[in-house]
Design a protein around this ligand. Structure first.
Ligand SMILES: Nc1ncnc2c1ncn2[C@@H]1O[C@H](COP(=O)(O)OP(=O)(O)OP(=O)(O)O)[C@@H](O)[C@H]1O
Length: 316
């Protein structure tokens, strides 16, 4: 057992120039440790370098510099063990249309050298809810079913670390819930999960820890709770009782109108409490029919951090 499922130090990747585009620095010195047993979120805007990092971890893209250890195996020293410790469910629906799900898993297991007696073909098809499609042609599977088959394929060699690259992009709620149930179950059984997603509320709900990467660098890494707590932004949503005048507000409080006649007062909970904002609203003569607060969420944190990373002053 190792404490770190993944240990990345000084990882750099520059894609070579082509006739159409100049050389591109995709990873610019990444240090990252993913604790064994966690569900870890890898977030970042488009083009941040997430797929490059995943592909390097999976041994699909060659790094330019740095060190990568998967489950304690150094990629350069023990390439086979390091590759065998990780399974990737890719973003694209890449499947051979002529294979049945059973056939696809058998071929994949063969590629990994899993002996026939140790193959878990039906168990995995069952896990992803495709047992009844075991012998259907892949081309007859729906998009959601293909995605589930890709998850099963990523698991045939029982990897310690499972990487899910945008697993729920464009999938319906039912499939999304099923995927998350499976992922939680795998995690409870000891698999470390690394997840990239554009759905931040999903990352907030699923991940124990999160790294945000931007422009090829890790700009922050923390527990999800700490990250969300870092942003004090809160909103007091007030439904006025009758026509309302916007009151004079303490410094730092913003106000905007929402559909349905409610008013949203934004404030920084690290600076003042909701009572101060409410007092100011009442002092302005507004009668209140209803009031509630909204917490900051991961989206606020993400936007704040990734836009900060672009400010020239923080580039130094
Ligand atoms: N094969 C390649 N050749 C040249 N440049 C590439 C290649 N693959 C990726 N890049 C560039 O490297 C940068 C990082 O891309 P990458 O796909 O790793 O980002 P990402 O964070 O996964 O983005 P997305 O969320 O859009 O998938 C981008 O600027 C991209 O254009």
């Amino acid at each position: 057992m190792t404490d770190a499922a993944i240990e990345i130090t000084g990882l750099k990747k520059t894609y070579a120039p082509s006739a159409k585009s100049p050389a591109k620095v995709a990873l610019d010195g990444v240090d990252l440790t993913v604790p064994a047993g966690s569900i870890f979120g890898l977030l970042g805007p488009n083009g941040a370098g997430k797929s490059t990092m995943i592909n390097i971890m999976a041994g699909l893209v060659l790094k330019s510099a740095g060190n990568v250890k998967i489950w304690g195996f150094d990629q350069d020293v023990n390439p086979r063990q390091s590759r065998a410790a990780i399974g990737v469910m890719p973003q694209e629906l890449v499947l051979d249309p002529f294979f049945t799900p059973r056939g696809a898993l058998d071929v994949q297991a063969g590629l990994w050298g899993v002996p026939k007696s140790q193959r878990r073909t039906m168990e995995l098809l069952d896990l992803v809810g495709l047992a009844d499609k075991a012998d259907a042609y892949a081309r007859s599977l729906s998009g959601g079913m293909r995605r589930r088959l890709l998850l099963a394929k990523a698991l045939v060699h029982s990897p310690r670390v499972l990487v899910l690259d945008e697993p729920t992009a464009g999938v319906d709620i039912e499939l999304r819930n099923m995927l998350w149930r499976n992922v939680r179950r795998l995690n409870e059984q000891g698999t470390t999960i690394i997840l990239t997603t554009h759905y931040l509320e999903e990352a907030q709900e699923m991940c124990d820890e999160i790294a945000i990467i931007d422009q090829g660098r890790v700009i922050t890494r923390d527990t999800t709770a700490n990250l969300v707590g870092r942003v004090g932004a809160k909103t007091l949503v007030v439904t006025p009782d009758g026509p309302a005048q916007i009151p004079a507000l303490p410094e730092g409080v913003s106000v905007s109108e929402r559909p349905g006649g409610t008013l949203a007062f934004g404030y920084d909970a690290r600076v003042m409490g909701a009572g101060t904002v409410l007092d100011a609203i009442r002092a302005g003569g507004m009668r209140i029919a209803d009031v509630r607060t909204e917490e900051a969420d991961l989206e606020d944190v993400f936007l704040q951090l990734t836009s900060k990373a672009r400010e020239p002053s923080s580039a130094a």
